[in-house]
Design a binder for this molecule. Sequence first.
Ligand code: ZN
Ligand code: ZN
Length: 267
Amino acid sequence: MALTLVDTHCHLDYIARQEEHPLGEEGTDPAKVVARALETGVEFLVNPSVTPTRFNDVIGLAERFEHVYAGVAVHPTDVKDVQETPEWAAELEALLSHPKVVAVGETGLDYYWDVSLKDFQKACFKTHLALGVKHDLPVIVHDREAHEDVHQLIADTPGVRGIMHCFSGDSDFALKMIEHGFYISFAGNVTFKKAVELQEAAKVVPLEWLLIETDSPFLSPVPFRGKPNEPARVLHVAEKIAELRGITVEEVAAVTTENAKRVFGLQ
Ligand SMILES: [Zn+2]
Ligand SMILES: [Zn+2]
């Protein structure tokens, strides 16, 4: 049986620009990166944006490649980019009706890299959550060392739904977020040896709330840890989750693909 997978979160625009973790010659051409993903069984991938100057990049890639979709948002570590430009929200909102834009993302809170703009991060996150509700789109949430505040702001936004991307909490936190309509998406770090708490969470998330992603070019799964990542490697995340849950990789692939189509409205 051929596998069908979905990479619910990859930064193809970074890969195309050879940023952060360049893939070298292999990665220069996003067409090749996408082709390798499709060969592995990836049915579609979602490229979230991180700042307004990149909105056109992610939308351009989504227009160029049939199997690529986009998210638009300002990443919590990039909110400084919009501090002086309150019109960013209107600019973002105008893009939400684009046929290849399937999510508000990625947004959220990051208290690991930078806490200097904590309040502004929260304000921006709230704006994104409200746009998700207004346009009935899933919100892709980045949460780094900010579980409590992420939960609070989501709990304060009735009707919001979305994805906890690159999930980094424990089982209890996963189940709590599911109650608020958030899917739990696991990335390459679930394959890391010391990720015991995360692996525990990957065992208990109900299958119908489970998603997988690469967050490439970051977070390459074992056995590529430390190397640049790419969407094709979402297979290794699926394999690890299958191993943890004692089910087949085909089952993980099938159910996460169904879930991804449901959350992004691509049935
Ligand atoms: Zn993120
Ligand atoms: Zn990301």
